[in-house]
Design a protein around this ligand. Structure first.
Ligand SMILES: [Zn+2]
Length: 345
């Protein structure tokens, strides 16, 4: 089969579109003929290399996929050949205390499929194998491209806002990257819960997308001071929640924008990990700093119900052929993407 493969870390030139062996399934696994795969920042971290994370070579990236089941192992009962499915990318043992509680992230065997798996085990290929637990029927109202765009950003944003920060009606929520993959999900999850998203982006085009998805307020960070605008919008009170995934470049503004007793929830740091916090603010304002990582299957299934009902819409701005994975990653690194980029077959 064809796949986008790399064997060393580096720039987009290390990505090769080439033939690799088709995956072989075990009794509890499923083989999927992939129709579309979604691009995530993890693809870029894996290609560049990340301290403390071992990337198995040769590597196929990609943690989001939609496609058709073409083979099932002898123990598989939840799907059959011909089913249209999308992928849940949190892999864990399913047996330990943490898994039993739904805290799959604390499982000693936790891995993100297409990021920490391998060799040659990810979405940016013609076929992929996954445990039967990790395939889910695709919502009927979605195209392949839409289905492939949604799982990872949807359950990540859902866990951050619903499970961790406990967003509620009336909350002001500052959403960095309000027109990006995570941001478009966050804005819609806020609206669904009656909260007021304040979407931040660097262009009016992006802010228009955020408004259409239900952002109550928008801030153009290339023209406006984010902390000042937050003060105006919230009448000096500050926001209840900050949706953080950018890190170093935005952290100080995030902390300053919070109300007394407010909450920052963070799932990543695309601009760098060395953020500074003035600890006086932490105790005086009694702030809550929450980490959040991916999502579990229950969170994905719960959130997908709102995709099926049309309350949460996938946002796919560009679909490129699989062999253009490098172009897709370049666009993401340049910060030029609205919603999600997907790769088609
Ligand atoms: Zn486990």
């Amino acid at each position: 089969m064809k796949a986008v493969v790399f064997e060393e870390h580096g720039g987009i030139d290390v990505l090769k579109y080439r033939d690799v062996p088709e995956p072989k399934i075990s009794p509890n696994e499923v083989l999927i003929k992939i129709k579309a795969s979604g691009c995530n920042y993890n693809d870029i971290w894996a290609r560049r290399g990340l301290p403390g994370v071992s990337i198995v070579m040769p590597h196929i990236s990609g943690s989001d996929a939609a496609g058709e089941v073409v083979e099932v192992g002898s123990e598989v009962t939840n799907v059959k050949v011909g089913d249209e499915v999308l992928v849940h990318s949190s892999l864990s043992c399913g047996m330990c205390e943490a898994c039993s509680r739904g805290d799959v992230f604390f499982c000693r065997q936790f891995k993100i499929w297409g990021f920490q798996t391998g060799p040659l085990d990810g979405a940016h290929a013609e076929y992929a194998k996954l445990p039967a637990f990790n395939v889910i029927p695709q919502p009927k109202n979605l195209t392949w491209e839409q289905a492939a765009s949604i799982p990872l950003v949807l359950f990540t944003a859902w866990r951050m806002l619903v499970s961790r920060a406990k967003v509620k009606s009336g909350d002001f929520v500052l959403v960095w990257g309000g027109a990006g993959g995570l941001g478009t999900m966050a804005v819609q999850i806020c609206k669904l819960h009656g909260a007021k998203a304040i979407a931040v982006a660097n262009s009016d085009d992006k802010l228009e997308v955020a408004r259409q998805l239900g952002a109550a307020h928008t801030i153009n960070r290339s023209k406006q001071d984010v902390a000042d605008e937050v003060k105006k919008i919230t009448e000096r009170r500050g926001v209840d929640i900050v949706f953080e995934h950018t890190g170093e470049a935005t952290w100080e503004t995030s902390v300053r924008s919070l109300k007394w007793g407010g909450t920052i929830v963070v799932c990543g740091a695309t601009t760098g990990f060395e953020a500074k916090t003035d600890l006086r603010l932490l105790w005086n304002k009694q702030l809550n700093l929450l980490g959040s990582h991916m999502g579990n299957k229950a969170e994905l299934l719960e959130a997908l119900r709102f995709v099926e009902s049309g309350d949460i819409k996938p946002v796919v701005s560009v679909a490129l052929p699989l062999q253009e994975a490098g172009l897709a990653q370049q666009a993401m690194e340049d910060g030029n993407v609205i919603g999600k980029l997907v790769l088609t077959r």
